[in-house]
Design a protein around this ligand. Structure first.
Ligand code: FES
Length: 88
């Protein structure tokens, strides 16, 4: 992913916004990532990725996801289809 690719697809929150928010707000726990424009509070697909970014930042690494945006979006589509199936 590039910095301007969206990590939270529901709320269109980019990796850059999330990283800058962590650097500014210094969140102690990953659950606070939702305070960045509601990231993770929709379908919740991105929650594991928000946790990964937070873990990288907490470890002193430059946060970043290696998955391509296309693959990421495809995997979310599958995730959401499965969710739809469990609701019927
Ligand atoms: S992709 Fe982030 S809540 Fe749906």
């Amino acid at each position: 992913m590039k910095p301007d690719d969206h990590v939270c697809l529901c709320f269109r929150v980019s990796q850059r916004k999330l990283v800058n928010w962590m650097k500014r707000e210094q969140p102690a726990v990953p659950s606070r990532m939702s305070e960045c424009l509601g990231a993770g509070t929709g379908c919740q697909w991105c929650v594991p990725f928000l946790k990964k970014l937070h873990a990288q930042w907490s470890a002193g690494e430059e946060p970043g996801l290696t998955v391509s945006p296309e693959q990421y979006a495809r995997r979310r589509t599958v995730y959401r289809r499965r969710g739809d199936q469990t609701q019927t």
